[in-house]
Design a protein around this ligand. Sequence first.
Ligand SMILES: *Cc1c(COP(=O)(O)O)cnc(C)c1O
Length: 334
Amino acid sequence: MHLARFPRARFAHLPTPLEPMPRLSEALGGPRLFVKRDDCTGLAGGGNKTRKLEFLLGAALEAGADTLVTQGAVQSNHVRQTAAAAARFGLKCEVILEERVPTNAVDYTASGNVLLDRLLGAKLRNVAAGSDMNAALESVAEEVRAAGGKPYVIPGGGSNPIGALGYVDCAIELVAQANAQGLVIDRIVTATGSAGTHAGLVAGLALIGADIPVLGIGVRAPKETQEANVHKLAVQTAALLGHEERVTREMTVADCDYVGAGYGLVDEAVIDGLKLVARTEALLLDPVYTGKAMKGLIALSRAGAFKDETVVFLHTGGAQGLFGYHSVLEGHLA
Ligand SMILES: *Cc1c(COP(=O)(O)O)cnc(C)c1O
């Protein structure tokens, strides 16, 4: 496997730190927890989409694009990072925001990531929940073409085989760090949504033969759907690298029991997790992804699921979204 064969724009701050979480480990009574700080990738607040965007921008620039077109939920971290990447390379950025979370709270609709998208110069348009987002992407791309522009369409979450190469790279980086530190990793835990992060990790770990299981904690879809999506993308990503036979179905495991009432909807256990991690490790998680993944990690740890393991939690970023949830968090911060 040789990632340098793929076009790549360079803007992420890499490698991201791999750090112990001793106070959180102690608070939970084990396992031994570490955090991979992909919240520190550096692009206008950073997060996991930045690694994917290095490869997606590589492809877009090679294709001669002048406009990035993408989509996400209103408080999408992917959209913020795409808007930032566009600004960094002097490209225009056309965004379709799906009103997926049922709220009219002004912090949700205007603060957090939305404020930053606008500051970064992206052009936003909203569509109703349940809209056909792929069709919407294609129609905006057509609009750009009709106006003489050259669009490059990035799917939601940057989750296609090209974007997932960013998490193949993360798998290589993480294992190299662990080897250098003499740290044996028993398991990696990550939030899993549009699937590119989880799939890239699975493909990367399989291709380097690391034998480290990945547990994805779902934020939206039920388990069967999520695992099928991740597996499909992991195989496609490994195929892009010439080795699809190395990714087996058993490598993809998702636990979707912590979604709660739905995507982007926060419950008491999520808020408790946000507070616990902030107050033990001074780490800022987000309400939609890492907060849900941490809710799962906490519950599973307390149930003894990881006993004597060393577990790496992938911090995929998203703290900018906290400001979109002020009214939800208010009253729970004591
Ligand atoms: C997008 C996102 C995820 C999920 O990653 P996918 O590749 O979409 O599965 C997790 N955490 C944060 C903060 C995100 O923005």
